[in-house]
Design a protein. Structure first.
Length: 286
């Protein structure tokens, strides 16, 4: 199951979970019969409250966890048949806490570790490392010890290290936690650029504004089950589902709902859509 550098076509099956159950040792089931499909080129958000199973589910996609029952297929092959090191060539995972990922003496060494560890030629390792440093504006910190950088920079280092692996699938666990608006916007623009080139993106986040702006599809989890799997716009339309899962809409969505009597039929997700739909509302109400 070698990653073919995005040789798989957008729309082909990428990840499949069938009746997936998982329990940590001597604990209750955390995942309870989950089945799902993620296709090449999808941009999917996993949302739900803490303890709903989002991170546990995502860790099955790259083999960090193995099912207690059921199976996960990557490009049609059972993940259990391959070691984590092999799966890491295809599925990159950015941990919620960058300190759980960073260990090298310099930023350059941190980014180079993955490509070097999978046996690439040193020239290719160096090329990928320099490209990642430049892409994430980290060149000035290349020879700094990443562990002592600020949180936002450590976050960028952890993502750059996965980026250098050139994985087809990229899983991001709370990638913008602790970042200011400017850093969040810059990071997400880079993620969007990767998605546009055919990468499959799986986003785990509590930030519903992030979901509304970037993720076309949502999987809503609660207590180890998938309650809903649909377009983000449709998910955000379901008041009962949001209330049941304690998911709060972004402020702009809530404002648009209050204004719907004046402009019915609109299901606003973003500020840009709000301005388009309601920008002339005051003029029309005169």
């Amino acid at each position: 199951m070698e990653s073919n550098g995005l040789a798989h076509e957008v729309g082909d099956m990428c990840l499949e979970a069938t009746d997936l159950w998982f329990a940590y040792e001597e604990g209750p089931s955390v995942l309870k019969g989950i089945s799902l499909e993620i296709k090449v080129g999808d941009f999917v958000a996993l949302i739900g409250q803490n303890g709903s199973g989002k991170t546990t589910l995502a860790k099955h996609f790259n083999g960090l966890l193995r099912p207690s029952r059921g199976r996960v297929l990557l490009y049609g092959e059972d993940n259990r048949e391959h070691p984590v090191a092999h799966l890491a060539r295809t599925v990159g995972y950015v941990f919620q806490n960058p300190d759980h990922q960073i260990f090298s003496a310099t930023t350059r060494e941190e980014i180079a570790f993955g490509p070097r560890n999978i046996g690439l030629e040193e020239s290719e390792v160096q090329q990928r490392t320099e490209q990642a440093l430049e892409y994430f504006d980290l060149t000035a910190y290349a020879d700094h010890q990443p562990a002592i950088l600020g949180f936002g920079l450590r976050r960028k280092v952890s993502i750059a290290a996965v980026y250098a692996m050139r994985t087809d699938v990229l899983i991001l666990d709370e990638p913008t936690a602790g970042l200011d608006w400017k850093s969040t916007h810059e990071l997400m623009q880079r993620i969007v650029a990767l998605h546009r080139t055919g990468h499959t993106i799986i986003l785990i986040t509590h930030d519903m504004r992030l979901v509304a702006e970037y993720a076309p599809r949502c999987l809503v989890l609660r207590d180890g089950n998938i309650l809903a799997d649909d377009d983000t716009r449709e998910i955000f339309r379901q008041a009962d589902l949001l209330r049941e899962t304690h998911i709060e809409l972004p402020q702009i969505c809530r404002l648009a709902r209050r204004l719907e009597p004046f402009n019915p039929g609109r299901n606003i997700l973003t500020v840009a859509e709000f301005l388009e739909g309601y920008g002339n509302l005051a003029e029309r109400m005169r």
